[in-house]
Design a protein around this ligand. Structure first.
Ligand code: 5GP
Ligand code: ZN
Length: 140
């Protein structure tokens, strides 16, 4: 009973601090809060994975930190844990989604990286057949 109360107090504190770490207008923060529906692939305390709304490969889902972090350019030392967690989860979730013979992980970053949603996200792409080339290589 005491442990249950302590547990729910801990959860409430966690929710409060998570709220502080979110951006009211960010589309991915709104997905984290459940305000916008998503097709969920995986969730834990730190991260959420969901299907991309406009898939460009047979397997195409996004893996995001629940904390609002606009771009990979703004990461700091205290993001190491969550980014490391995402890296370790990516191959496991890719396999579970059917990409069992390799996949591609893309983190579009900033203007040059053509990032559209400014909440860090990993694209995990794959399928049964090899994907197209990453970028066209200049002819030599
Ligand atoms: P970026 O170009 O920023 O790396 O990619 C953003 C990705 O988010 C795009 O692939 C786009 O299809 C996806 N996306 C944008 N809005 C939503 C949404 O509301 N729900 C889901 N599931 N994906 C979204
Ligand atoms: Zn956000």
């Amino acid at each position: 009973m005491v442990a249950a109360i302590a547990g729910s107090a801990k959860q409430a504190a966690l929710n409060r601090s998570r709220k502080r770490m979110q951006d009211a207008s960010c589309i991915f923060c709104r997905i984290v809060r459940g305000e916008i529906p998503c097709s969920k692939v995986y969730e834990d305390e730190q991260v959420l994975a969901f299907q991309d709304i406009h898939p460009i490969a047979p397997v195409h889902f996004l893996l995001i930190p629940k904390e609002h972090l606009p771009t990979l350019s703004e990461t700091q030392v205290d993001h190491e844990a969550v980014l490391g967690r995402m890296m370790v989860l990516a191959p496991r979730l890719a396999r579970e989604q059917g990409a069992d013979d390799g996949f591609r992980l893309i983190v579009n970053t900033g203007r040059v990286g053509r990032q559209e949603v400014f909440h860090v996200h990993m694209h995990i792409l794959g399928g049964k057949e090899p994907l197209g080339s990453m970028l066209p290589r200049p002819k030599t």
